[in-house]
Design a protein. Structure first.
Length: 152
């Protein structure tokens, strides 16, 4: 589902910060703790004018060697990087959203064909070189691994 489809599924009035949505020139990332049907963390990277997004079922890794499943989700608009609050019942993603970490990142290697995104994160909780590697498709959905590299 792309960003436009997502917007059609959810009324964003009240869940979009005023004046947000303009890039600062740095590539931003945000990780939102999302307590909806199941608690998970949404990893969002500013790429191509949108926030590319992955749902991470377990808390993101802070130490090298810890790997987490990351399931791609719909792209979100840039203004969503600042959102914290409640998504009302009956809407896509209903539940409580809190910012778990945010900051900037620098792409190191991005190869969508091979399913590899390597980037250096500068956040409050996560910093260092992180990887997203596409591993397989399950049930028609691509699956990725999200982890911190051992050597920064």
């Amino acid at each position: 589902m792309k960003s436009g489809q997502y917007r059609n599924e959810r009324d964003s009035s009240g869940t979009t910060p005023e004046g947000a949505g303009k890039s600062s020139g740095d590539s931003v990332f945000v990780i939102q703790e999302h307590d909806s049907k199941k608690l998970h963390w949404d990893l969002r990277l500013e790429m191509g004018g949108v926030l590319r997004s992955w749902a991470v079922p377990k808390e993101p890794p802070t130490e090298p060697g810890v790997k987490r499943l990351a399931i791609p989700t719909t792209d979100h608009s840039l203004e969503y990087a600042d959102f914290e609050g409640e998504i009302p019942d009956g809407q896509y993603g209903a539940g409580t959203v809190r910012i778990w970490d945010r900051g900037t990142f620098e792409p190191v290697e991005v190869d969508d064909e091979k399913g590899k995104i390597i980037f250096r994160m500068y956040g409050r909780r996560l910093s260092g070189v992180y990887c997203l590697i596409r591993t397989k498709t399950r049930g028609g959905k691509a699956q990725w691994l999200f982890f911190r590299k051992k050597v920064d």
